[in-house]
Design a protein around this ligand. Sequence first.
Ligand SMILES: C[S@@+](CC[C@H](N)C(=O)[O-])C[C@H]1O[C@@H](n2cnc3c(N)ncnc32)[C@H](O)[C@@H]1O
Length: 307
Amino acid sequence: MEFSHVPVLLEECLEGLAIRPDGIYLDGTAGGAGHSREIARRLTTGRLISLDQDPDAVETATQRLQGLPAQVVQSNFRYAPQVLDELGIPALDGALLDLGVSSHQLDDADRGFSYRADAPLDMRMSQSGATAADLVNSLDREELTRILRDYGEEPYAWQIAGKILQRRQERPILTTLELADTVASALPPAVRRKDKNPSRRTFQALRIAVNSELDALNEGLDGIFERLAPGGRFAVITFHSLEDRLVKNKFRRWATACTCPPEFPVCVCGGKAKAKLVNRKPIEAQGKELEENRRSRSAKLRVLEKL
Ligand SMILES: C[S@@+](CC[C@H](N)C(=O)[O-])C[C@H]1O[C@@H](n2cnc3c(N)ncnc32)[C@H](O)[C@@H]1O
């Protein structure tokens, strides 16, 4: 199957990263190498390290980056500092994270990310560890509710979790469509009629849980920021509000000098900002890109420069 994924906000990322031909760059989410290839093309004596936790993406990215000053490593970006240590790279001039799943992962029905096609309920980006089916068939109602509410912002989390427990007592829920059907059966008919994809939030929540996406992002942001050289740029594209909030808050904290409690009338901490925001508001897709690439609709790009 052809690996098809159109890079989102490509020009904006390249501009945000302010690529220097002799710089050392990290792409923490290689995917189909859409961004990686354009970064690597702009390098002369510089070098790009591209990571992805998905072996399929690593294979594709490796092929697509052949002949360019780039190297692909299979790793979760939360371990970026360790990978950089192993490669003997002390500091980065820029880093990119383009979060979430690729169109390829979504389109490959067997991976179980999509509620539109019947497939084993898998959702593991790394193709290892516990699957979505493992979670759905083992967690208690409270834990399932927490996942659906916190990661999917699902208003009917408790009801859906209850239905999941009821169904799995008869037999385990093993496929995407079995889960989608279970979700639909937990919702009031009026909601079902109005919402064309009522299982969207449940699928998002389980995907985040299966891949520990928010923990990885939290750790990855810290680890990568730590390795940026002064003047180094960090560009992050998010696709839902939980991710964006995490990135926004971290970027703000790094870009804030004073860390005194807000009720203090004057600053006593004498803190110094570690970074400056390159754009105050997130950059969003516009015009043609919005029309042509559905994925771009929810994309938000934030860029920061280390001081
Ligand atoms: C949106 S796609 C990236 C697409 C890429 N920028 C392109 O233009 O082709 C996200 C990719 O990041 C990978 N990914 C997501 N979270 C990851 C993590 N924590 N560590 C490593 N790779 C991750 C996914 O496997 C997927 O291939």
